[in-house]
Write a protein that binds this ligand. Structure first.
Ligand SMILES: [Zn+2]
Length: 146
């Protein structure tokens, strides 16, 4: 029943191409009371990832219970940009997170999800995984190709 929000995040994912490369084209939406209040996608390397992009829309707004839908597990590590998982973990308004795919990148692989769960966020995995994987799979970093 929340498929429409993940499919909206998938539509954002597609907007990330080609500027996001070599990062995967991730999309994100933030939902408040059944309405999308923020959207984001991954920009060129060094600029906002999808999650950080969406979080900028809700800065300074006092929205009580927010859900975030993301096509890929948020990054747990500091690369060219700060960790998205840490940014979400620190945001008191984001309480529930739907992640479609776990990131196969060896630097992540569930660590981003662990960060969220460690601070008590409710995390769901696998929503619309088939549709999202169909688009995202070829852009994901796998195995030892670092
Ligand atoms: Zn990130």
């Amino acid at each position: 029943m929340n498929d429409k929000f993940m499919l909206a995040a998938l539509a954002q994912s597609k907007k990330a191409l080609p500027e996001c490369l070599p990062n995967p084209p991730v999309g994100c939406v933030i939902v408040h009371a059944g309405e999308i209040v923020a959207v984001g996608y991954t920009h060129s390397p060094g600029k906002h990832h999808a999650e950080a992009d969406a979080l900028t829309y809700i800065q300074g707004q006092d929205l009580a219970f927010l859900q975030m839908y993301i096509t890929l597990e948020p990054c747990s590590f500091q690369g060219r940009t700060p960790s998205c998982a840490l940014a979400i973990a620190k945001d008191p308004h984001i309480q529930e997170i739907y992640v479609s795919l776990v990131d196969p990148d060896p630097r992540n692989q569930g660590k981003g999800l662990d960060i969220l769960q460690a601070v008590g966020k409710i995390v769901h995995i696998g929503l619309c995984a088939e549709e999202v994987n169909h688009f995202l799979e070829k852009y994901l970093l796998k195995g030892l190709k670092l």
